[in-house]
Design a protein around this ligand. Structure first.
Ligand code: SAM
Length: 388
């Protein structure tokens, strides 16, 4: 799978995982694939993004969907490609009147139930959170199933349509969907950036999480040409054959408690990565903890620990014993976290040249800035301390 770069393995306590099938160079493209499912993230996004390709719509007048007239397309080709048929039918028959809390999951369900085989089975083959749905999620699933039945014409519903199938689909959405964000704007901090659409990818959905990931994903939604909603996963640094390839499921600057909470609630696991093992011993300043996951970290160690990070710290992250007094991830943040205010994207090197020469230019997966490696080498201790 994934060309010659990745292979699937079952890892104890982690389910399926993608491992490096050979030594991988920093910046290498590990995975590039199209979604099996793409759906609008909100009803509001329908007026800003093409319902087929999800590029930003040009200024009006737009080409409305001739059936529902609620969705719009950016070109005759997208109009011909159209959008999910059950979603289209539901938009004509009262989806907008559904309770607000139901609208987003309904957009997912109506799009998923519009899929043909084998795409529907591919979604169902993805993992769900191991602990199963909570009682409130079960209740939500039952009322969402009734809502689908009320807004979708019965003759268009697939043969297997049932409360159990609806619950199963919802559980796949929670743990496997990627958000494709609205275009970057310097005045909108990352936590306020909304998704234009959500996507489920067959192989990228096998990537497990690590709070110090060795890969990150890009999308280029407004890029012209085909494949604008493809996901591209690139290595942050060299990865030796057999190592697991992991991404971070959210911005890497989240603090320990918020990461643990999100991973447990939404993904059903307690993260025991190297970084979490170290940070579980840190003390945090609770007065500044807004609890919304977007604070930068505060750590009880001082500047000295940050200075000790550097390359050595990175080596520790990759396998040596480590020491609870060390701050092995200082170097990671300086090198791989975008330094634009409020961005918090990941900086990955551009792919190596065909002759294997490594790039010294890093690209941010959130704001898109390109940054020369030399700039980062100038990062001084003050900059490190801003991060901790
Ligand atoms: C997007 S899927 C990743 C692929 C999944 N392991 C599988 O078997 O299909 C997310 C799920 O993988 C598992 N997972 C991801 N990262 C993990 C980690 N660091 N430790 C334990 N489980 C993890 C959790 O069950 C999570 O809900």
């Amino acid at each position: 799978m994934a060309g010659d770069t990745l292979r699937v393995a079952d890892l104890p306590g982690r389910g399926r995982a993608l491992l490096a099938a050979r030594d991988i160079l920093e910046g290498e493209v590990l995975l590039s694939e199209s979604p099996i499912l793409l759906y609008p993230s909100s009803l509001a996004s329908l007026s800003s993004y093409c319902s087929a390709c999800f590029r930003s719509l040009p200024p009006p007048p737009h080409t409305p969907c001739p059936s529902c007239r609620a969705a719009a397309f950016c070109s005759p080709a997208c109009s011909a490609a159209s959008h999910p048929r059950l979603l289209c039918a539901a938009l004509s028959s009262g989806l907008a009147a559904a309770p607000e809390a139901h609208q987003e999951p309904l957009l997912f369900l109506l799009s998923a139930y519009s899929l043909q085989e084998p795409s529907l089975s591919a979604i169902l083959s993805l993992s769900s959170a191991p602990q199963g749905p909570s009682p409130s999620q079960q209740q939500d699933a039952a009322s969402l199933h009734a809502a689908v039945a009320s807004v979708a014409p019965p003759h268009m519903l697939p043969a297997g349509f049932s409360p159990d199938l609806t619950a199963a689909l919802l559980s796949k959405d929670r743990t496997n969907s990627f958000s494709i964000l609205e275009p970057y704007r310097p005045d909108v901090p990352l936590e306020l950036r909304k998704a234009r659409c959500c996507a489920v990818y067959p192989r990228a959905s096998l990537l497990n999480h690590d709070c110090l990931p060795n890969a990150c994903h890009f999308d280029y939604a407004d890029r012209p040409g085909p494949g604008n909603t493809d996901i591209v996963v690139r290595a942050l640094h060299g990865i030796t054959e057999g190592k697991e390839v992991c991404i971070s499921y959210f911005a890497a600057n989240w603090r320990y408690a918020d990461r643990q909470c999100r991973l447990l609630e939404d993904y059903g696991f307690r993260c025991e990565c190297d970084r979490c093992q170290i940070e579980s011993k840190w003390k945090f300043d609770d007065d500044n903890d807004a609890g919304d996951g977007d604070d930068t970290m505060e750590e009880e160690h001082g500047k000295e620990d940050a200075e000790d990070g550097g390359d050595e710290g990175m080596e520790q992250e990759e396998g040596s014993d480590g020491d609870e007094d060390d701050f092995p991830h200082a170097f990671f943040f300086v090198r791989y976290l975008c330094d634009r205010e409020d961005c918090y994207g990941m900086l990955a090197p551009l792919p190596p040249l065909p002759n294997g020469e490594l790039s010294h230019v890093f690209e941010c997966n959130a704001c898109g800035q390109l940054k020369k490696e030399e700039d980062e080498d100038e990062a001084d201790t003050d900059e490190m301390n801003d991060l901790i």
